[in-house]
Design a protein around this ligand. Structure first.
Ligand SMILES: [Ca+2]
Length: 186
C-alpha cells in the first residue's frame, strides 16, 4: 500500500489476510508494529486489496499503526463492507460468505447450516419490499443489527428450534435404518 490511508476492517471479518490478522491480534489503539509475514502463505487477499502481485514465496514486511478500535460496529460501514459488489443491496450469499468466517462470534450457532437458517430467516423478516435482498434501510432494521423487535428474535429462535428438531429426527431415522437387520429389507 503506497499511500498511508487508513484501512477500516472488521476483526475476523474476512477483509484482511489471516496472517496479518493473527499478527495484529493483541495490538492496542495507537500502537505501531512491524509485521513480517514469511513466504509460503496466501497472497490473494493482499493482492486483491493492493493490486500488487507478489509471489507466494516472498516475505512481506509492514509497518502497521492501529489508529482506533471500536467495540460497537458502525453498521452503515459494515453494510458497505459487506456490499462488496457495490450493488447497494445484500444477498444471503454475500452475508453468508463474510459471516461464515466469524462463526466463533455466534455462540448459539454451531454449524454453517444453522447459520444459514438464521440468516435466511433474518432476511425474510427484514426484506420489506420482497426482492430477496436487503438494502441499507432494511439491513439497519433487520434482526442482524437491531434488537428493537423482540418478535423477530422469537421468530428466529422458533425457526432454529424447528430446524434442530428436524435434524434430530433425521439423525434418529438414519440410526434406525442402519440398525435394521438386512434380511428385513428383502
Ligand atoms: Ca429488499
Amino acid at each position: 500500500m503506497k499511500e498511508k490511508q487508513p484501512y477500516i476492517f472488521q476483526y475476523r471479518g474476512g477483509q484482511l489476510d489471516p496472517e496479518m490478522e493473527n499478527a495484529m491480534t493483541d495490538m492496542c489503539a495507537g500502537e505501531i508494529r512491524k509485521i513480517r509475514i514469511p513466504g509460503g502463505g496466501d497472497r490473494q487477499t493482499f493482492t486483491a486489496k493492493t493490486g500488487v502481485q507478489v509471489s507466494a514465496n516472498s516475505t512481506l514486511e509492514f509497518v502497521v499503526e492501529l489508529q482506533d478500535i471500536q467495540d460497537s460496529p458502525d453498521h452503515v460501514m459494515v453494510f458497505n463492507l459487506l456490499n462488496n459488489d457495490k450493488s447497494g443491496t445484500l444477498s444471503v450469499a454475500q452475508f453468508m460468505a463474510i459471516a461464515a468466517q466469524g462463526l466463533e462470534m455466534f455462540p448459539l450457532i454451531s454449524t454453517l447450516e444453522e447459520m444459514e437458517v438464521v440468516i435466511v430467516e433474518a432476511f425474510r423478516l427484514a426484506d420489506k419490499d420482497g426482492d430477496g435482498r436487503l438494502d441499507l434501510e432494511e439491513y439497519l432494521d433487520s434482526p442482524l443489527v437491531s434488537k428493537e423487535n423482540p418478535e423477530h428474535e422469537e421468530a428466529i429462535q422458533k425457526r432454529m428450534n424447528e430446524y434442530r428438531e428436524k435434524e434430530a429426527e433425521k439423525a434418529e431415522e438414519a440410526k434406525k435404518a442402519k440398525s435394521k437387520p438386512k434380511n428385513e429389507e428383502l
